[in-house]
Design a protein around this ligand. Structure first.
Ligand code: ACO
Ligand code: KIV
Length: 571
Protein backbone atom coordinates (compact mmCIF):
# COMPACT_ATOMS: atom_id res chain seq x y z
CA UNK A 1 0.00 0.00 0.00
CA UNK A 2 1.53 3.36 -1.06
CA UNK A 3 1.41 5.01 2.35
CA UNK A 4 4.00 7.63 1.41
CA UNK A 5 1.41 9.78 -0.33
CA UNK A 6 -0.43 10.59 2.91
CA UNK A 7 0.53 13.41 5.32
CA UNK A 8 -0.36 13.87 8.98
CA UNK A 9 -3.29 16.26 9.19
CA UNK A 10 -1.58 18.46 11.76
CA UNK A 11 1.50 18.95 9.58
CA UNK A 12 -0.75 20.69 7.07
CA UNK A 13 -3.45 22.17 9.30
CA UNK A 14 -1.64 22.67 12.60
CA UNK A 15 -3.42 24.68 15.24
CA UNK A 16 -1.78 26.32 18.22
CA UNK A 17 -4.15 26.53 21.17
CA UNK A 18 -2.13 25.76 24.31
CA UNK A 19 -4.72 27.36 26.62
CA UNK A 20 -7.62 25.33 25.21
CA UNK A 21 -10.56 25.27 27.64
CA UNK A 22 -12.76 22.49 26.27
CA UNK A 23 -11.04 19.52 28.01
CA UNK A 24 -12.15 20.67 31.43
CA UNK A 25 -15.74 21.55 30.49
CA UNK A 26 -18.80 19.32 30.91
CA UNK A 27 -21.98 19.07 28.92
CA UNK A 28 -24.89 20.33 31.00
CA UNK A 29 -27.65 20.78 28.45
CA UNK A 30 -28.57 19.68 24.96
CA UNK A 31 -27.37 21.73 22.00
CA UNK A 32 -29.77 22.84 19.28
CA UNK A 33 -30.26 20.08 16.74
CA UNK A 34 -30.76 20.32 13.01
CA UNK A 35 -31.81 17.22 11.13
CA UNK A 36 -30.45 17.08 7.62
CA UNK A 37 -31.98 13.69 6.86
CA UNK A 38 -33.96 15.18 4.00
CA UNK A 39 -30.92 16.92 2.51
CA UNK A 40 -27.46 15.48 3.32
CA UNK A 41 -29.07 12.14 4.19
CA UNK A 42 -31.18 12.12 1.06
CA UNK A 43 -28.45 13.25 -1.36
CA UNK A 44 -26.34 10.23 -0.36
CA UNK A 45 -28.97 7.55 -0.96
CA UNK A 46 -28.75 5.04 -3.77
CA UNK A 47 -32.36 5.91 -4.48
CA UNK A 48 -33.31 9.35 -3.13
CA UNK A 49 -36.58 9.40 -1.22
CA UNK A 50 -39.76 9.74 -3.24
CA UNK A 51 -42.32 12.33 -2.07
CA UNK A 52 -44.22 9.82 0.09
CA UNK A 53 -41.03 8.76 1.88
CA UNK A 54 -39.97 12.37 2.32
CA UNK A 55 -43.29 13.19 3.96
CA UNK A 56 -42.95 10.20 6.26
CA UNK A 57 -39.45 11.26 7.27
CA UNK A 58 -40.58 14.83 7.89
CA UNK A 59 -43.49 13.68 10.04
CA UNK A 60 -41.18 11.40 12.04
CA UNK A 61 -38.72 14.23 12.70
CA UNK A 62 -41.51 16.54 13.86
CA UNK A 63 -42.98 13.81 16.08
CA UNK A 64 -39.62 13.19 17.68
CA UNK A 65 -39.32 16.88 18.53
CA UNK A 66 -36.82 18.30 16.05
CA UNK A 67 -37.56 21.98 15.50
CA UNK A 68 -34.93 22.72 12.83
CA UNK A 69 -35.22 20.54 9.76
CA UNK A 70 -33.31 20.91 6.50
CA UNK A 71 -35.87 19.79 3.96
CA UNK A 72 -33.87 19.74 0.77
CA UNK A 73 -31.96 21.45 -2.00
CA UNK A 74 -34.87 22.96 -3.95
CA UNK A 75 -32.72 24.16 -6.84
CA UNK A 76 -31.42 20.64 -7.43
CA UNK A 77 -34.51 19.32 -9.19
CA UNK A 78 -38.19 19.87 -9.76
CA UNK A 79 -38.89 17.00 -7.33
CA UNK A 80 -36.93 18.73 -4.56
CA UNK A 81 -38.61 22.06 -5.30
CA UNK A 82 -42.06 20.49 -5.35
CA UNK A 83 -41.49 18.75 -2.03
CA UNK A 84 -40.67 22.05 -0.33
CA UNK A 85 -43.75 23.61 -1.92
CA UNK A 86 -45.95 20.71 -0.88
CA UNK A 87 -44.91 20.97 2.77
CA UNK A 88 -45.64 24.69 2.75
CA UNK A 89 -48.86 24.67 0.81
CA UNK A 90 -50.33 21.71 2.67
CA UNK A 91 -49.64 23.40 6.02
CA UNK A 92 -47.64 20.37 7.11
CA UNK A 93 -45.04 22.44 8.97
CA UNK A 94 -46.00 23.17 12.58
CA UNK A 95 -45.58 26.83 13.58
CA UNK A 96 -42.70 26.12 15.96
CA UNK A 97 -40.66 24.27 13.31
CA UNK A 98 -38.09 26.09 11.18
CA UNK A 99 -37.44 24.52 7.80
CA UNK A 100 -34.23 25.23 5.97
CA UNK A 101 -33.09 24.76 2.40
CA UNK A 102 -29.57 24.49 1.00
CA UNK A 103 -28.09 26.30 -1.96
CA UNK A 104 -24.75 26.91 -3.60
CA UNK A 105 -23.57 30.53 -3.79
CA UNK A 106 -24.86 30.99 -7.35
CA UNK A 107 -27.36 33.73 -8.14
CA UNK A 108 -29.68 31.61 -10.28
CA UNK A 109 -29.78 28.84 -7.70
CA UNK A 110 -30.35 31.31 -4.86
CA UNK A 111 -33.25 32.87 -6.78
CA UNK A 112 -34.91 29.49 -7.24
CA UNK A 113 -34.16 28.45 -3.66
CA UNK A 114 -35.66 31.51 -2.00
CA UNK A 115 -38.70 31.39 -4.27
CA UNK A 116 -39.46 27.88 -2.98
CA UNK A 117 -40.12 29.34 0.47
CA UNK A 118 -43.05 31.60 -0.39
CA UNK A 119 -45.76 31.15 2.24
CA UNK A 120 -43.52 29.53 4.86
CA UNK A 121 -43.88 30.68 8.45
CA UNK A 122 -40.28 30.17 9.63
CA UNK A 123 -37.60 29.44 7.07
CA UNK A 124 -33.85 29.58 6.78
CA UNK A 125 -31.73 29.68 3.67
CA UNK A 126 -28.49 27.80 4.07
CA UNK A 127 -25.78 28.81 1.64
CA UNK A 128 -22.40 27.12 1.27
CA UNK A 129 -19.22 27.46 -0.66
CA UNK A 130 -16.00 25.58 -0.14
CA UNK A 131 -13.14 27.64 1.29
CA UNK A 132 -10.26 25.15 1.55
CA UNK A 133 -7.11 25.62 -0.57
CA UNK A 134 -7.71 22.62 -2.85
CA UNK A 135 -11.20 23.84 -3.66
CA UNK A 136 -10.02 27.40 -4.28
CA UNK A 137 -7.36 26.10 -6.67
CA UNK A 138 -9.05 23.13 -8.26
CA UNK A 139 -12.81 23.61 -8.11
CA UNK A 140 -13.36 27.39 -8.20
CA UNK A 141 -9.99 28.23 -9.82
CA UNK A 142 -9.85 31.47 -7.89
CA UNK A 143 -7.92 33.01 -5.00
CA UNK A 144 -8.84 33.80 -1.42
CA UNK A 145 -10.52 37.08 -2.34
CA UNK A 146 -12.55 35.45 -5.08
CA UNK A 147 -13.73 32.72 -2.71
CA UNK A 148 -14.65 35.26 -0.05
CA UNK A 149 -16.54 37.30 -2.67
CA UNK A 150 -18.56 34.20 -3.57
CA UNK A 151 -19.66 34.04 0.07
CA UNK A 152 -20.42 37.73 0.58
CA UNK A 153 -22.11 38.27 -2.78
CA UNK A 154 -24.12 35.09 -2.30
CA UNK A 155 -25.25 36.37 1.08
CA UNK A 156 -26.32 39.64 -0.53
CA UNK A 157 -28.27 37.64 -3.14
CA UNK A 158 -30.03 35.68 -0.43
CA UNK A 159 -31.12 38.91 1.26
CA UNK A 160 -32.22 40.50 -2.03
CA UNK A 161 -34.28 37.50 -3.08
CA UNK A 162 -35.81 37.24 0.37
CA UNK A 163 -36.92 40.86 -0.02
CA UNK A 164 -38.29 40.06 -3.44
CA UNK A 165 -40.22 36.87 -2.63
CA UNK A 166 -41.03 36.71 1.05
CA UNK A 167 -43.59 38.61 3.09
CA UNK A 168 -42.26 40.65 5.98
CA UNK A 169 -44.01 38.42 8.52
CA UNK A 170 -41.89 35.37 7.55
CA UNK A 171 -39.41 34.59 10.29
CA UNK A 172 -36.48 34.42 7.94
CA UNK A 173 -33.08 33.10 8.96
CA UNK A 174 -29.73 32.67 7.35
CA UNK A 175 -27.06 30.00 7.69
CA UNK A 176 -23.67 30.11 6.07
CA UNK A 177 -21.27 27.16 5.76
CA UNK A 178 -17.66 27.49 4.72
CA UNK A 179 -17.59 23.97 3.30
CA UNK A 180 -14.46 21.91 4.07
CA UNK A 181 -13.98 24.15 7.12
CA UNK A 182 -11.55 21.74 8.75
CA UNK A 183 -9.06 22.01 5.89
CA UNK A 184 -9.28 25.79 5.61
CA UNK A 185 -6.74 28.13 7.21
CA UNK A 186 -8.43 29.35 10.42
CA UNK A 187 -7.59 33.03 10.00
CA UNK A 188 -8.94 32.91 6.46
CA UNK A 189 -12.16 31.11 7.33
CA UNK A 190 -12.66 33.65 10.11
CA UNK A 191 -12.20 36.44 7.56
CA UNK A 192 -14.81 34.88 5.27
CA UNK A 193 -17.31 34.45 8.14
CA UNK A 194 -16.75 38.05 9.24
CA UNK A 195 -17.31 39.21 5.65
CA UNK A 196 -20.60 37.26 5.52
CA UNK A 197 -21.66 38.77 8.85
CA UNK A 198 -20.85 42.29 7.61
CA UNK A 199 -23.41 41.72 4.88
CA UNK A 200 -26.08 39.97 6.98
CA UNK A 201 -25.54 42.29 9.97
CA UNK A 202 -26.56 40.02 12.83
CA UNK A 203 -27.85 41.76 15.93
CA UNK A 204 -30.69 41.62 18.41
CA UNK A 205 -33.41 39.38 16.97
CA UNK A 206 -31.29 38.77 13.88
CA UNK A 207 -29.21 35.69 14.43
CA UNK A 208 -26.83 34.16 11.96
CA UNK A 209 -25.99 30.45 11.94
CA UNK A 210 -22.33 29.88 11.12
CA UNK A 211 -21.92 26.21 10.42
CA UNK A 212 -18.37 24.84 10.42
CA UNK A 213 -18.42 21.44 8.73
CA UNK A 214 -16.01 18.57 8.99
CA UNK A 215 -17.11 17.85 5.44
CA UNK A 216 -14.68 14.94 5.29
CA UNK A 217 -13.48 13.88 8.72
CA UNK A 218 -9.69 13.78 8.60
CA UNK A 219 -8.39 14.27 12.13
CA UNK A 220 -8.99 13.17 15.68
CA UNK A 221 -11.93 14.79 17.50
CA UNK A 222 -9.65 16.89 19.73
CA UNK A 223 -8.35 18.69 16.63
CA UNK A 224 -11.89 19.62 15.58
CA UNK A 225 -12.57 20.80 19.13
CA UNK A 226 -9.51 23.06 18.99
CA UNK A 227 -10.66 24.49 15.67
CA UNK A 228 -14.15 25.17 17.02
CA UNK A 229 -12.85 26.74 20.23
CA UNK A 230 -10.51 28.95 18.23
CA UNK A 231 -13.39 30.15 16.04
CA UNK A 232 -15.70 30.62 18.99
CA UNK A 233 -13.12 32.83 20.70
CA UNK A 234 -12.27 34.90 17.63
CA UNK A 235 -15.66 35.54 16.04
CA UNK A 236 -17.06 39.02 16.53
CA UNK A 237 -20.77 39.45 17.39
CA UNK A 238 -20.54 36.06 19.06
CA UNK A 239 -23.75 36.52 21.03
CA UNK A 240 -25.69 36.78 17.76
CA UNK A 241 -24.00 33.78 16.20
CA UNK A 242 -25.35 30.29 16.54
CA UNK A 243 -22.11 28.36 16.13
CA UNK A 244 -23.02 25.12 14.44
CA UNK A 245 -21.08 21.95 13.66
CA UNK A 246 -21.67 19.43 10.93
CA UNK A 247 -19.40 16.41 11.44
CA UNK A 248 -19.09 13.56 8.98
CA UNK A 249 -17.94 10.15 10.07
CA UNK A 250 -15.10 9.22 7.71
CA UNK A 251 -12.80 8.17 10.56
CA UNK A 252 -15.67 6.76 12.62
CA UNK A 253 -15.38 9.46 15.27
CA UNK A 254 -18.13 11.91 14.29
CA UNK A 255 -20.04 11.48 17.54
CA UNK A 256 -16.96 12.21 19.63
CA UNK A 257 -16.09 15.15 17.39
CA UNK A 258 -19.57 16.63 17.83
CA UNK A 259 -19.49 16.18 21.59
CA UNK A 260 -16.07 17.74 21.98
CA UNK A 261 -17.12 20.56 19.66
CA UNK A 262 -20.00 21.35 22.01
CA UNK A 263 -17.52 21.52 24.90
CA UNK A 264 -15.48 23.84 22.70
CA UNK A 265 -18.36 26.26 22.23
CA UNK A 266 -20.66 24.89 19.54
CA UNK A 267 -24.33 25.73 20.11
CA UNK A 268 -25.86 23.52 17.48
CA UNK A 269 -25.27 20.16 15.76
CA UNK A 270 -26.37 19.08 12.31
CA UNK A 271 -26.75 15.36 11.65
CA UNK A 272 -28.99 12.51 10.56
CA UNK A 273 -30.91 9.72 12.28
CA UNK A 274 -28.72 6.62 12.60
CA UNK A 275 -25.92 8.48 10.82
CA UNK A 276 -27.25 8.42 7.28
CA UNK A 277 -25.45 10.73 4.87
CA UNK A 278 -22.57 11.10 2.48
CA UNK A 279 -20.03 8.22 2.44
CA UNK A 280 -19.76 6.96 6.04
CA UNK A 281 -22.57 9.29 6.97
CA UNK A 282 -23.34 12.42 8.91
CA UNK A 283 -23.04 12.37 12.67
CA UNK A 284 -25.75 10.19 14.21
CA UNK A 285 -28.42 12.24 15.98
CA UNK A 286 -29.82 9.17 17.75
CA UNK A 287 -26.51 8.33 19.39
CA UNK A 288 -25.86 11.96 20.32
CA UNK A 289 -29.30 12.36 21.87
CA UNK A 290 -29.22 9.07 23.73
CA UNK A 291 -25.67 9.74 24.96
CA UNK A 292 -27.05 12.84 26.67
CA UNK A 293 -30.09 10.96 27.98
CA UNK A 294 -27.84 8.31 29.54
CA UNK A 295 -26.15 11.09 31.51
CA UNK A 296 -29.45 12.44 32.82
CA UNK A 297 -29.47 15.37 30.36
CA UNK A 298 -32.74 15.81 28.48
CA UNK A 299 -31.98 15.77 24.74
CA UNK A 300 -35.37 17.35 24.05
CA UNK A 301 -36.05 14.55 21.57
CA UNK A 302 -38.38 11.60 22.06
CA UNK A 303 -36.57 8.27 21.57
CA UNK A 304 -39.15 6.22 23.47
CA UNK A 305 -40.05 4.16 20.40
CA UNK A 306 -36.60 3.49 19.00
CA UNK A 307 -37.77 0.54 16.90
CA UNK A 308 -40.53 2.62 15.32
CA UNK A 309 -37.98 5.33 14.51
CA UNK A 310 -35.63 2.76 13.05
CA UNK A 311 -38.35 1.15 10.95
CA UNK A 312 -39.34 4.51 9.44
CA UNK A 313 -35.71 5.44 8.73
CA UNK A 314 -35.10 2.05 7.14
CA UNK A 315 -38.21 2.39 5.02
CA UNK A 316 -37.42 5.95 3.90
CA UNK A 317 -33.73 5.40 3.17
CA UNK A 318 -34.06 1.80 2.00
CA UNK A 319 -30.96 1.07 4.09
CA UNK A 320 -30.66 -1.23 7.08
CA UNK A 321 -29.57 -0.12 10.52
CA UNK A 322 -26.75 -2.37 11.70
CA UNK A 323 -27.70 -4.81 14.51
CA UNK A 324 -24.90 -3.33 16.62
CA UNK A 325 -25.78 0.31 15.96
CA UNK A 326 -25.72 2.24 19.27
CA UNK A 327 -29.09 2.38 21.03
CA UNK A 328 -31.16 1.25 18.00
CA UNK A 329 -29.55 -1.94 16.68
CA UNK A 330 -31.30 -5.27 17.20
CA UNK A 331 -28.59 -6.71 19.42
CA UNK A 332 -27.51 -3.73 21.49
CA UNK A 333 -29.44 -4.69 24.61
CA UNK A 334 -28.66 -8.40 24.33
CA UNK A 335 -26.05 -10.46 26.17
CA UNK A 336 -25.14 -13.96 25.06
CA UNK A 337 -22.05 -14.35 27.18
CA UNK A 338 -22.26 -15.95 30.58
CA UNK A 339 -20.49 -13.43 32.78
CA UNK A 340 -22.46 -10.55 31.25
CA UNK A 341 -25.72 -12.40 31.80
CA UNK A 342 -24.85 -13.20 35.39
CA UNK A 343 -24.07 -9.56 36.13
CA UNK A 344 -27.18 -8.31 34.32
CA UNK A 345 -29.42 -10.71 36.25
CA UNK A 346 -27.92 -9.64 39.56
CA UNK A 347 -28.22 -6.00 38.52
CA UNK A 348 -31.91 -6.40 37.66
CA UNK A 349 -32.61 -8.26 40.91
CA UNK A 350 -30.97 -5.50 42.93
CA UNK A 351 -32.73 -2.78 40.99
CA UNK A 352 -36.13 -4.42 41.50
CA UNK A 353 -35.50 -4.55 45.25
CA UNK A 354 -34.19 -0.97 45.40
CA UNK A 355 -37.11 0.44 43.41
CA UNK A 356 -39.54 -1.45 45.63
CA UNK A 357 -37.81 -0.01 48.70
CA UNK A 358 -38.16 3.46 47.16
CA UNK A 359 -41.93 3.00 46.97
CA UNK A 360 -41.87 2.13 43.27
CA UNK A 361 -40.25 5.42 42.27
CA UNK A 362 -38.09 4.43 39.26
CA UNK A 363 -36.32 7.76 39.08
CA UNK A 364 -35.28 7.71 42.75
CA UNK A 365 -32.86 4.86 42.02
CA UNK A 366 -29.87 5.55 39.79
CA UNK A 367 -29.64 3.18 36.83
CA UNK A 368 -26.76 0.79 37.48
CA UNK A 369 -27.45 -2.48 35.71
CA UNK A 370 -24.14 -3.86 34.46
CA UNK A 371 -23.57 -3.93 30.70
CA UNK A 372 -26.70 -1.89 29.96
CA UNK A 373 -25.90 1.81 29.57
CA UNK A 374 -29.61 2.62 29.46
CA UNK A 375 -32.79 0.85 30.49
CA UNK A 376 -34.11 -0.92 27.36
CA UNK A 377 -37.66 -0.08 28.53
CA UNK A 378 -36.94 3.63 28.08
CA UNK A 379 -36.57 3.19 24.34
CA UNK A 380 -39.53 0.85 24.08
CA UNK A 381 -37.62 -2.45 24.17
CA UNK A 382 -38.80 -5.32 26.35
CA UNK A 383 -36.47 -7.18 28.69
CA UNK A 384 -37.09 -10.43 26.80
CA UNK A 385 -34.25 -9.95 24.35
CA UNK A 386 -31.77 -8.77 26.98
CA UNK A 387 -30.50 -12.26 27.66
CA UNK A 388 -30.26 -14.88 24.96
CA UNK A 389 -28.65 -18.26 25.37
CA UNK A 390 -26.01 -19.92 23.22
CA UNK A 391 -22.73 -21.76 23.78
CA UNK A 392 -21.20 -18.63 25.34
CA UNK A 393 -23.86 -18.46 28.04
CA UNK A 394 -23.74 -19.48 31.65
CA UNK A 395 -26.05 -20.14 34.55
CA UNK A 396 -27.04 -16.48 34.95
CA UNK A 397 -28.56 -16.30 31.50
CA UNK A 398 -30.32 -19.63 31.81
CA UNK A 399 -31.70 -18.64 35.22
CA UNK A 400 -32.80 -15.27 33.87
CA UNK A 401 -34.84 -16.84 31.08
CA UNK A 402 -36.35 -19.42 33.42
CA UNK A 403 -37.37 -16.61 35.72
CA UNK A 404 -38.68 -14.11 33.17
CA UNK A 405 -40.30 -16.63 30.83
CA UNK A 406 -41.45 -19.35 33.27
CA UNK A 407 -41.47 -17.62 36.65
CA UNK A 408 -39.20 -20.26 38.13
CA UNK A 409 -36.51 -18.93 40.48
CA UNK A 410 -33.99 -21.76 40.33
CA UNK A 411 -31.71 -22.12 43.35
CA UNK A 412 -28.07 -21.34 42.63
CA UNK A 413 -26.76 -24.92 42.55
CA UNK A 414 -29.67 -26.01 40.36
CA UNK A 415 -28.78 -23.14 38.01
CA UNK A 416 -25.26 -24.57 37.75
CA UNK A 417 -26.52 -28.10 37.17
CA UNK A 418 -29.10 -27.09 34.57
CA UNK A 419 -26.76 -24.75 32.69
CA UNK A 420 -24.31 -27.67 32.24
CA UNK A 421 -27.15 -29.66 30.70
CA UNK A 422 -28.00 -26.73 28.42
CA UNK A 423 -24.33 -26.46 27.47
CA UNK A 424 -24.48 -30.01 26.12
CA UNK A 425 -27.25 -28.95 23.73
CA UNK A 426 -25.54 -25.71 22.66
CA UNK A 427 -22.29 -27.58 22.07
CA UNK A 428 -24.10 -30.15 19.97
CA UNK A 429 -26.36 -27.75 18.04
CA UNK A 430 -24.10 -24.69 17.79
CA UNK A 431 -26.74 -21.98 17.64
CA UNK A 432 -29.01 -20.08 19.96
CA UNK A 433 -31.36 -21.81 22.42
CA UNK A 434 -34.66 -19.93 22.42
CA UNK A 435 -36.72 -19.56 25.58
CA UNK A 436 -39.17 -22.19 24.28
CA UNK A 437 -36.37 -24.65 23.52
CA UNK A 438 -34.91 -24.01 26.96
CA UNK A 439 -38.24 -24.94 28.50
CA UNK A 440 -38.37 -28.14 26.44
CA UNK A 441 -34.92 -29.10 27.72
CA UNK A 442 -35.89 -28.28 31.29
CA UNK A 443 -39.13 -30.24 31.06
CA UNK A 444 -37.42 -33.22 29.51
CA UNK A 445 -34.79 -33.21 32.24
CA UNK A 446 -36.75 -32.45 35.40
CA UNK A 447 -40.51 -32.69 34.91
CA UNK A 448 -42.85 -35.55 34.14
CA UNK A 449 -44.63 -35.53 30.81
CA UNK A 450 -48.44 -35.42 30.90
CA UNK A 451 -50.41 -37.66 28.60
CA UNK A 452 -53.68 -36.71 26.92
CA UNK A 453 -55.75 -37.75 29.92
CA UNK A 454 -53.66 -35.56 32.20
CA UNK A 455 -51.73 -38.45 33.77
CA UNK A 456 -48.08 -37.76 34.36
CA UNK A 457 -45.48 -40.25 33.15
CA UNK A 458 -41.79 -40.11 33.77
CA UNK A 459 -39.05 -42.52 34.74
CA UNK A 460 -39.15 -45.34 37.23
CA UNK A 461 -41.52 -43.76 39.73
CA UNK A 462 -44.83 -42.05 39.17
CA UNK A 463 -46.82 -40.41 41.90
CA UNK A 464 -50.49 -41.32 41.64
CA UNK A 465 -51.95 -39.98 44.87
CA UNK A 466 -50.92 -38.93 48.34
CA UNK A 467 -52.66 -38.46 51.62
CA UNK A 468 -50.93 -36.74 54.50
CA UNK A 469 -52.32 -36.63 58.02
CA UNK A 470 -50.50 -34.01 59.99
CA UNK A 471 -50.36 -34.88 63.64
CA UNK A 472 -50.37 -32.50 66.52
CA UNK A 473 -47.43 -31.97 68.85
CA UNK A 474 -44.41 -34.22 68.54
CA UNK A 475 -46.25 -37.06 66.76
CA UNK A 476 -44.83 -37.84 63.28
CA UNK A 477 -46.84 -37.06 60.13
CA UNK A 478 -48.47 -40.08 58.57
CA UNK A 479 -48.40 -40.54 54.82
CA UNK A 480 -50.23 -42.84 52.45
CA UNK A 481 -48.89 -42.85 48.91
CA UNK A 482 -50.00 -44.56 45.74
CA UNK A 483 -46.80 -44.96 43.75
CA UNK A 484 -46.13 -46.63 40.44
CA UNK A 485 -42.77 -48.36 40.45
CA UNK A 486 -41.88 -49.51 36.95
CA UNK A 487 -45.57 -49.65 36.04
CA UNK A 488 -46.80 -51.53 39.09
CA UNK A 489 -48.87 -49.62 41.59
CA UNK A 490 -48.04 -49.89 45.30
CA UNK A 491 -49.88 -48.40 48.22
CA UNK A 492 -47.24 -47.45 50.75
CA UNK A 493 -47.45 -46.00 54.24
CA UNK A 494 -44.86 -44.30 56.34
CA UNK A 495 -44.52 -41.68 58.97
CA UNK A 496 -41.81 -39.14 59.53
CA UNK A 497 -40.69 -35.84 60.86
CA UNK A 498 -42.74 -33.90 58.32
CA UNK A 499 -44.12 -34.98 54.93
CA UNK A 500 -40.75 -34.89 53.13
CA UNK A 501 -39.18 -37.14 55.73
CA UNK A 502 -42.15 -39.52 55.52
CA UNK A 503 -41.88 -39.60 51.72
CA UNK A 504 -38.19 -40.58 51.81
CA UNK A 505 -39.23 -43.39 54.14
CA UNK A 506 -41.76 -44.53 51.51
CA UNK A 507 -39.04 -44.62 48.87
CA UNK A 508 -36.76 -46.58 51.21
CA UNK A 509 -39.44 -49.31 51.17
CA UNK A 510 -38.85 -49.52 47.40
CA UNK A 511 -35.12 -49.86 47.95
CA UNK A 512 -34.04 -46.26 47.21
CA UNK A 513 -32.07 -44.38 49.84
CA UNK A 514 -32.72 -40.64 49.54
CA UNK A 515 -31.27 -37.92 51.76
CA UNK A 516 -32.57 -34.40 51.17
CA UNK A 517 -29.66 -31.92 51.25
CA UNK A 518 -31.44 -28.72 50.31
CA UNK A 519 -35.02 -27.73 49.74
CA UNK A 520 -36.66 -24.51 48.57
CA UNK A 521 -40.07 -23.60 47.33
CA UNK A 522 -41.97 -20.60 46.05
CA UNK A 523 -45.25 -19.70 44.53
CA UNK A 524 -44.94 -18.99 40.83
CA UNK A 525 -44.42 -15.25 40.73
CA UNK A 526 -46.88 -14.67 37.91
CA UNK A 527 -48.96 -16.41 35.36
CA UNK A 528 -49.65 -19.67 37.20
CA UNK A 529 -52.97 -20.65 38.76
CA UNK A 530 -51.56 -20.58 42.28
CA UNK A 531 -48.94 -23.16 41.33
CA UNK A 532 -46.06 -23.85 43.71
CA UNK A 533 -42.56 -24.79 42.66
CA UNK A 534 -40.41 -27.03 44.87
CA UNK A 535 -36.72 -27.71 44.35
CA UNK A 536 -34.92 -30.54 46.10
CA UNK A 537 -31.24 -31.28 46.13
CA UNK A 538 -30.92 -34.93 47.10
CA UNK A 539 -28.36 -37.61 47.65
CA UNK A 540 -29.87 -40.61 45.89
CA UNK A 541 -27.90 -43.76 46.54
CA UNK A 542 -24.72 -41.66 46.63
CA UNK A 543 -25.51 -39.43 43.64
CA UNK A 544 -26.18 -35.75 44.37
CA UNK A 545 -28.61 -34.08 42.03
CA UNK A 546 -31.66 -31.82 41.84
CA UNK A 547 -35.30 -32.49 41.30
CA UNK A 548 -38.14 -30.12 40.53
CA UNK A 549 -41.84 -30.41 41.27
CA UNK A 550 -44.75 -28.19 40.22
CA UNK A 551 -48.16 -28.59 41.74
CA UNK A 552 -51.10 -26.67 43.13
CA UNK A 553 -50.29 -28.22 46.53
CA UNK A 554 -46.94 -27.26 47.97
CA UNK A 555 -46.66 -30.67 49.69
CA UNK A 556 -47.32 -32.56 46.47
CA UNK A 557 -44.86 -30.27 44.68
CA UNK A 558 -42.17 -31.30 47.18
CA UNK A 559 -42.94 -35.03 46.68
CA UNK A 560 -42.77 -34.52 42.92
CA UNK A 561 -39.40 -32.79 43.32
CA UNK A 562 -38.07 -35.84 45.17
CA UNK A 563 -39.48 -38.19 42.53
CA UNK A 564 -37.83 -35.99 39.90
CA UNK A 565 -34.43 -36.29 41.62
CA UNK A 566 -34.79 -40.04 42.11
CA UNK A 567 -35.93 -40.70 38.56
CA UNK A 568 -33.01 -38.64 37.24
CA UNK A 569 -30.63 -40.64 39.41
CA UNK A 570 -31.87 -44.01 38.30
CA UNK A 571 -32.50 -43.37 34.64
C1 ACO B 1 -20.89 19.00 1.14
C2 ACO B 1 -22.24 18.95 0.56
O1 ACO B 1 -22.94 18.06 0.81
S1 ACO B 1 -22.75 20.24 -0.37
C3 ACO B 1 -24.28 19.78 -1.05
C4 ACO B 1 -24.12 18.93 -2.23
N1 ACO B 1 -25.41 18.53 -2.70
C5 ACO B 1 -25.67 18.44 -4.00
O2 ACO B 1 -24.83 18.74 -4.81
C6 ACO B 1 -27.02 17.91 -4.38
C7 ACO B 1 -27.76 18.83 -5.34
N2 ACO B 1 -26.96 19.33 -6.41
C8 ACO B 1 -27.37 19.39 -7.70
O3 ACO B 1 -28.46 18.93 -8.02
C9 ACO B 1 -26.51 20.06 -8.70
O4 ACO B 1 -25.17 20.02 -8.27
C10 ACO B 1 -26.95 21.54 -8.90
C11 ACO B 1 -28.31 21.55 -9.59
C12 ACO B 1 -27.04 22.30 -7.62
C13 ACO B 1 -25.95 22.28 -9.80
O5 ACO B 1 -25.74 21.53 -10.95
P1 ACO B 1 -24.76 22.11 -12.11
O6 ACO B 1 -25.17 23.48 -12.47
O7 ACO B 1 -24.77 21.06 -13.16
O8 ACO B 1 -23.34 22.24 -11.47
P2 ACO B 1 -22.46 21.14 -10.76
O9 ACO B 1 -23.24 20.32 -9.84
O10 ACO B 1 -21.69 20.36 -11.77
O11 ACO B 1 -21.52 22.08 -9.91
C14 ACO B 1 -20.26 22.46 -10.33
C15 ACO B 1 -20.18 23.95 -10.54
O12 ACO B 1 -20.73 24.63 -9.43
C16 ACO B 1 -19.67 25.38 -8.79
N3 ACO B 1 -19.94 25.26 -7.39
C17 ACO B 1 -19.89 24.14 -6.65
N4 ACO B 1 -20.24 24.44 -5.40
C18 ACO B 1 -20.51 25.72 -5.38
C19 ACO B 1 -20.93 26.59 -4.37
N5 ACO B 1 -21.18 26.13 -3.14
N6 ACO B 1 -21.13 27.87 -4.65
C20 ACO B 1 -20.91 28.34 -5.90
N7 ACO B 1 -20.51 27.56 -6.88
C21 ACO B 1 -20.33 26.27 -6.63
C22 ACO B 1 -18.40 24.68 -9.23
O13 ACO B 1 -17.29 25.52 -9.16
C23 ACO B 1 -18.74 24.33 -10.65
O14 ACO B 1 -18.63 25.47 -11.43
P3 ACO B 1 -17.98 25.41 -12.91
O15 ACO B 1 -18.93 24.59 -13.69
O16 ACO B 1 -17.98 26.83 -13.29
O17 ACO B 1 -16.64 24.81 -12.80
C1 KIV C 1 -23.23 22.02 3.00
C2 KIV C 1 -22.32 21.58 4.05
C3 KIV C 1 -22.77 21.98 5.41
C4 KIV C 1 -22.15 20.11 4.04
O1 KIV C 1 -23.05 19.35 3.85
C5 KIV C 1 -20.82 19.59 4.39
O2 KIV C 1 -19.87 20.35 4.39
O3 KIV C 1 -20.73 18.40 4.66
Amino acid sequence: MPIGKYRPFLDVNGIDLPDRQWPSRRMTHAPRWLSTDLRDGNQALIEPMDPARKHQMFELLVRMGYTEIEIGFPAASQTDFDFVRSLITSDAIPEHVTVSVLTQARTDLIDRTVSSLVGAHRATVHMYNATAPVFRDVVFRTDKNGTKRLATEGTRDVMDYADKYLDSDVIFGYEYSPEIFIDTELDYVLEVCEGVMDVWEPGDGREIVLNLPATVERATPNVYADQIEWMSRHLSRREHVSLSVHPHNDRGTAVAAAELAVLAGADRIEGCLFGQGERTGNVDLVTLGMNLYSQGIDPGIDFSDIDGIRRTVEHCTQMDVHPRHPYGGDLVYTAFSGSHQDAIKKGFDKRTADVEAAGGDEEAVAWAVPYLPVDPHDVGRSYEAVIRVNSQSGKGGVAYLMSTERHLDLPRRLQIEFSRIVQRYTDADGGEITADRLWEIFTDEYLPASDESGLEHWGRFELRSTQVSSSAGDEPDALVVALLDDGTEHELRASGNGPVDAFTAVLAQRGVEVAVIDYTEHALSEGGDAIAAAYVEADVDGQVLWGVGLDASITTASFKAIVSAVNRAVR
